[in-house]
Design a protein around this ligand. Structure first.
Ligand code: HGY
Ligand code: MN
Ligand code: MN
Length: 405
């Protein structure tokens, strides 16, 4: 049994790092607040005698050795970075539940064949530095740190500089090569959707993750006087952007599984009496089927090409293929929930997660617990504490089974 009070207290403590007035968190990747969260967790880890490691992407690993130190570790964890108006549990629950499992193994003197390592992946959210899941993507060998060093955030800060500062801020963590293949990976996360709560189910046995693509669309029109320019002379970048964006909800009506979102739109020069000369906006496109992701992308590109009053260029900035989790891990999670007498159901993940990349290099799976109203990426995100405890008990049971303990 885990120490549920300890888990809940840690969740409250972590939520204070980057706390927002509305009860959420704003803990941008590789920011001083992210560094504070990492140091806070590292201090707790060192107090238990666990070893700390980081790699070129500043992924943080907390290790408890097994009987066979040379055996590949069972990795459990999630991420500590958050959305700007994020909730207290997205990423934090999975990271701290994993740490609670490590502490429980230590408390009870449970020896495992494989080492068990808690991981906090760098920049899962991708909201400060695009794209998301950088840490786990590079760990899975799908990208190199050099690909992103020059990426800038909205203030002009470089990813490479913030990465170096984050690594320097945790001297007690020993560097290790990136991508040491794990024996298995399991991540606990809130569902961020409405299914489990609506069906009054405690455990989501996640079968896979749907695909995700991000686009950056630049619309170049012509700034002009709002009072003197008739319609026929206008090259209104915002009107052109609006025409394309107005087509996204009909695409979701035509294909009820598609999820299309414009999360950011910047208008230049942004003056009341100037016709916008330039607009830059994002599109987040999700679907479980690659062919549908292709069709939606083709539609977006066709609409941009067909625009006559302004030039629209579409750049794809994220492309996460859908993944299915290892049946052995899925079955282990299902069985652990059953053994604990917990209600459970299989479901795919609408959100992407670091587990998507781990699934490419080792047996991987995810455990979901409900969140109230399915609300997430919102400061109002909340959970029922008993669900978090139940999810952590399932994570512990699966970890022990995979690690041989
Ligand atoms: O955007 C996502 O799906 C993840 O929650 N960051
Ligand atoms: Mn997350
Ligand atoms: Mn998230």
């Amino acid at each position: 049994m885990i120490k549920s009070d300890r888990l809940l207290a840690r969740l409250d403590e972590l939520a204070r790092i980057g706390a927002t007035p509305q009860g959420g968190v704003n803990r941008p990747a590789l920011s001083p607040l992210d560094r504070a969260a990492r140091s806070w967790l590292a201090t707790a880890a060192q107090a238990r005698g666990f070893a700390l490691y980081t790699d070129a992407l500043a992924n943080l690993f907390i290790r408890r050795d097994g009987r066979g130190p040379d055996r590949p570790p069972v990795l459990i964890g999630s991420h500590l970075d958050s959305q700007p108006s994020g909730g207290r549990f997205d990423g934090a629950l999975g990271t701290l539940a994993a740490f609670e499992c490590l502490e429980t193994l230590e408390d009870q003197g449970i020896a495992t064949d494989h080492p068990v390592e808690v991981v906090a992946w760098t920049n899962e959210e991708g909201s400060r530095f695009e794209p998301g899941t950088m840490g786990s993507k590079a760990f899975a060998g799908k990208a190199q740190v050099e690909d992103w060093l020059a990426v800038m955030d909205g203030s002009g800060a470089r990813f490479g500089d913030e990465l170096a500062a984050t690594l320097a801020a945790l001297p007690q963590a020993r560097p290790r090569p990136i991508g040491v293949p794990p024996h298995a990976y399991v991540e606990l996360h809130i569902e961020q959707g409405q299914i489990l709560e609506a069906e009054r189910i405690t455990i989501g046995v996640v079968t896979g993750v749907q695909g995700a693509r991000w686009f950056n669309v630049v619309v170049d029109g012509e700034a002009a006087h709002a009072g003197t320019t008739p319609l026929s002379y206008r090259h209104d970048a915002l009107a052109a952007a609006a025409r394309l964006l107005a087509q996204l909800p009909p695409l979701m009506v035509a294909d009820g599984t598609a999820r299309l979102t414009c999360g950011r739109l910047v208008v230049e020069p942004g003056s009341t009496n100037v016709i916008p000369g330039r607009v830059v906006f994002t599109i987040d496109s999700r679907h479980p089927e690659p062919a549908r992701l292709d069709a939606i992308e083709a539609r977006i590109r066709a609409m941009a090409a067909a625009e006559t009053t302004a030039r629209m260029t579409v750049e794809r900035t994220l492309d996460l293929a859908p993944c299915r989790f290892d049946p052995v891990i899925v079955a282990a999670i299902d069985q652990a929930a059953a053994d604990l007498g917990l209600s459970r159901r299989h479901l795919p993940s609408g959100a992407f997660h670091d587990a998507l990349h781990l699934a490419a290099i080792c047996p991987a799976g995810m455990i979901f617990v409900p969140c109230r109203g399915g609300i997430s990426h919102n400061e109002a995100e909340s959970i029922v504490p008993d669900d978090a405890i139940a999810g952590t008990e399932v994570l512990l049971a699966v970890t022990r089974q995979l690690a041989g303990g």
